[in-house]
Design a protein around this ligand. Structure first.
Ligand SMILES: [Fe+2]
Ligand SMILES: [Fe+2]
Length: 151
């Protein structure tokens, strides 16, 4: 079982990339995921956690999914604009991540399992996010700036 009072992700630990709108989006996402993380850990330590709490978690998941969709769409657009050579790899990671979020939301709505959700949100996703920002986002931002990106 995953329980923690710590935020899912310390906002000051998010890797910085060379383009501010990307950093801002990452900060917003971390805020949403930390809020979701608080709902999850509160549910885990509440023996009465039930329909009301499950619905609040479903809403937070949906908000995160919508935010991710906009986040990834904007980065995909940036890559297209500057002809980023690794576009298929980076956009492929986005697509796979959205697919995982969709599956997670479906699973939560049909058969809510708080420990399974906690394992994804608190353990697997932070590793994915850090790795993605450190590689794909970092390279994309650097490339766009080298190609003359202006904020
Ligand atoms: Fe990103
Ligand atoms: Fe990305």
């Amino acid at each position: 079982m995953t329980t923690s009072d710590h935020p899912v992700y310390d906002p000051s630990a998010i890797p910085r990339v060379d383009i501010d709108f990307m950093n801002d989006t990452h900060n917003d996402e971390i805020r949403l995921v930390n809020a979701l993380g608080r709902l999850i850990t509160a549910c885990q330590s509440n023996p009465d956690c039930g329909e009301t709490e499950f619905a609040a978690i479903a809403d937070a998941l949906q908000e995160w999914r919508d935010h991710s969709h906009a986040h990834f769409a904007r980065e995909n657009e940036l890559m297209r604009e500057f002809g980023f050579p690794a576009f298929p790899v980076h956009s492929g990671e986005h697509e796979a991540a959205l697919g995982r979020l969709d599956a997670l939301i479906d699973a939560w709505r049909t058969n809510p399992d708080i420990d399974q959700l906690a394992s994804f949100v608190l353990e697997q996703w932070p590793q994915w996010f850090e790795n993605h920002v450190n590689t794909m986002d970092m390279m994309t931002a650097r490339f766009a700036v080298m190609q003359g990106y202006q904020p």
